[in-house]
Design a protein around this ligand. Structure first.
Ligand SMILES: CC(C)(COP(=O)(O)OP(=O)(O)OC[C@H]1O[C@@H](n2cnc3c(N)ncnc32)[C@H](O)[C@@H]1OP(=O)(O)O)[C@@H](O)C(=O)NCCC(=O)NCCS
Length: 194
């Protein structure tokens, strides 16, 4: 039996610039059922509180993320890795970059919506210590799918028992429903570790 070692690629995460957009659009088209077009990227990135970053691998875009700065949280609108570079730690490095921007005094949470059919993203987020805290029914107009709302909360890491085994954590109590961002309508919380 041969065991293949996991390949990890180190990326440099930097601000997205206009010149990156062609590569970003190519990855977006290969990755999203509701791919944004150029205009949509530009509209989002022109907003004062919206940030774009890319995972740069030897001057190529291996992934990108678009997120919104809220008063107390970050809301991820896009976090995508080029299909050719998946399962090599690129997504995890982008999440680490976001987590590095959190602070107890200011923005302490990261929110992201994921389609119910997108199991890969759900497993990815769980591996990054996000918790599924809510379902938004029929969130996506194209398929009528529900969205699972995932939250990463800095607060929960202050408990050492949770830090050592995040999968033992109960559904996050620090992502309280009253703290959900306004774009998420309230409905049933997701049970367990889903
Ligand atoms: C979700 C996504 C961003 C993950 O990026 P990635 O660079 O492949 O993720 P990483 O290599 O950092 O994975 C870290 C861990 O997440 C989990 N994971 C990632 N992809 C997974 C998959 N397809 N199936 C199961 N687990 C997965 C694994 O635990 C993985 O660790 P391992 O490879 O050592 O087992 C990528 O699949 C993607 O771009 N998907 C399309 C866009 C999307 O759905 N975005 C959702 C926003 S969260």
């Amino acid at each position: 039996m041969t065991l293949s070692a996991k390949v990890f690629v180190r990326v440099h995460i930097r601000w997205m610039i206009r010149r990156d957009l062609a590569e970003v659009l190519e990855i977006e088209r290969a990755s999203s059922p509701d791919a944004w077009d150029e205009l949509e990227f530009l509209d989002q990135l022109r907003r004062r509180n919206c940030i774009g970053m890319v995972a740069d691998l030897h001057d190529q875009v291996a992934g990108y993320m678009i997120y919104e700065l809220g008063k107390r949280e970050l809301k991820v609108l896009r976090l995508v890795v080029d299909p050719r570079w998946r399962r090599k730690g690129v997504g995890a490095q982008m999440v680490a970059k976001l987590v590095g921007k959190l602070s107890h005094l200011r923005r302490s949470r990261i929110w992201v919506h994921v389609r119910e059919s997108n199991l890969a993203a759900q497993l990815f987020l769980r591996s990054q210590r996000f918790r599924a805290v809510e379902i938004v029914r029929e969130c996506y107009a194209d398929t009528n799918e529900d969205a699972y709302v995932f939250c990463y909360a800095l607060e929960s890491l202050s408990d050492p028992s949770l830090r050592s085994n995040p999968l033992k954590r109960p559904v996050s109590q620090d992502c309280e429903r009253e703290n959900l961002p306004p774009w998420s309508s309230s409905s049933d919380p997701v049970e367990g570790d889903s």
